[in-house]
Write a protein that binds this ligand. Structure first.
Ligand SMILES: C[S@@+](CC[C@H](N)C(=O)[O-])C[C@H]1O[C@@H](n2cnc3c(N)ncnc32)[C@H](O)[C@@H]1O
Length: 418
């Protein structure tokens, strides 16, 4: 899976899928196309093998047919140009695939047996444990059913990630909240267009790449872990985004679209932070370590307590909350949901006119830690509005079955004017 090949691989795949079919079969073919595209995207994102197998079954109408196997061989496995860091993943997948076909009485392609045997032998030889602990996952955002995305069908983002999290700490893995915030950015780009966006705890950098796509005027990505930051810069390069390496004490310049900053929340001081004036602060899966929370909330409150021009924040929030209650009895119809979404988006945009906001996406893994975050926000005069039920991004990752978007909460934070 050579990262620079990604765009081409997708185009080749789409071209091959869209030629040579007769019109009577259009509907079946379009379903086939979708299933194969889901499989292909899941393969590139290195979804777990069981998920790949279930997607492969769908491609073959319930079983992994010979045609499906040929597709997997030609467009997925045999298309990898640098397979060294995928051997373990492919070995597990091939083993399951072979077992699946054999159990259903199908004929396994010889190529699969040969490649599996080859991986078994090469892994035995490399029993020293010197296998690569990094990999490149490609996240494909699919815009098929999104009316706002006419023209562009998909966006492919290659990301270098750690396989075991010992490399580069937690920030070198892909977390569900960054997938969710990315979907949010791509679903509602108007919120971010021409805005100065600042991300805390940026990790592998997916959100920054989506912000660029949404045409943010400037993107500042930050992390407190140096190895995470180094990996983040590699990811920007891989996605052809120029970045400006900066520490906080260097003078600011608006000529750089994406800047990467070393920002440990504990040591960031107010005057250093204030050289930035973000419209939107973002954070994904940053609420997990209770000892860091006071520092994180301090950083957020420094950014949010700026450029307050009116004192209508409380009113705006209360109105939005009233609307949310319309659906609280469970009989929220489709059109109500759309209305609620439009109202929430409008209230978010209005909120941004009065001062900066923060959008924090989080999976609640420990309710005490989450409540501690809410309490600290309150103590620091930050209003927290849970937008999870009132605004849902489009499902742009329908093939990614390992990502449970309903686990993620979306919070909007703003400064509570007095
Ligand atoms: C769970 S990861 C989430 C990464 C990324 N936002 C995502 O969702 O994929 C948490 C991130 O916060 C960063 N972080 C944790 N504690 C921090 C601190 N005290 N100061 C700055 N960054 C910190 C980590 O380095 C890591 O990149």
């Amino acid at each position: 899976m050579h990262t620079t090949m990604r765009g081409n691989e997708h185009s080749e795949f789409i071209f091959a899928m869209s030629t040579g079919y007769n019109e009577d079969l259009a509907l079946d073919m379009s379903n086939l196309h979708i299933h194969r595209q889901y499989f292909f995207s899941a393969f590139l994102a290195m979804e777990p093998s069981d998920i790949l197998i279930s997607l492969a079954r769908k491609c073959g109408g319930g079983f992994v047919s010979e045609d499906v196997q040929k597709f997997i061989w030609t467009y997925c496995i045999n298309n990898i140009s640098d397979e060294s860091c995928y051997v373990t993943y492919l070995k597990v997948f091939l083993k399951k695939l072979i077992k699946e076909v054999e159990l259903t009485g199908g004929v396994v392609l010889d190529e699969f047996y040969e490649r599996y045997a080859h991986y078994m032998a090469s892994l035995k030889e490399d029993a020293s444990g010197n296998q690569d602990l990094w990999t490149v996952k490609c996240i494909t955002f699919l815009f098929h059913d999104v009316p706002s995305h006419t023209g562009q069908m998909q966006m492919v983002v290659p990301l270098r990630c750690s396989l075991n999290m010992l490399q580069g700490d937690t920030g070198c893995a892909l977390w569900p909240s960054s997938l969710f915030l990315s979907e949010f950015i791509l679903s509602f780009p108007e919120v971010f267009t021409r805005k100065l966006c600042f991300e805390v705890g940026s990790g592998i950098g997916l959100i920054g790449i989506c912000l660029k796509h949404a045409k943010a005027s400037q993107v500042i990505l930050s992390d407190g872990d140096s190895s995470t930051l180094a990996n983040l810069k590699l990811n920007l390069e891989m996605n052809e985004i120029a970045n400006f390496d900066s520490s906080l004490d260097q003078s600011t310049s608006t000529s750089y679209l994406v800047r990467c900053i070393h920002l440990p929340w504990e040591s960031a001081n107010e005057s250093e932070l204030q050289q930035f004036n973000p419209d939107i602060v973002l954070g994904a899966d940053v609420i997990y370590d209770p000892s860091c929370l006071p520092h994180l909330v301090r950083v957020l409150s420094i950014y949010l307590n700026r450029r307050i021009t009116t004192n209508n924040r409380l009113n705006g929030t209360a109105q939005a909350c009233d609307k949310e209650e319309d659906c609280s009895n469970g009989d929220c119809s489709g059109s109500n949901k759309v209305n609620l979404q439009v109202a929430t988006l409008k209230s978010l945009l209005e909120e941004m006119e009065t001062g900066p906001v923060a959008l924090i996406a989080s999976v609640i893994r420990n309710i005490d830690t989450f409540n501690c975050f809410l309490k600290l926000c309150c103590q620091n005069d930050l209003l927290v509005k849970d937008m999870t039920e009132s605004i849902r991004p489009d499902n742009l990752l329908p093939y990614m079955k390992s990502y449970n978007r309903s686990d993620v909460r979306l919070l909007m934070l703003s400064y509570m004017s007095k």
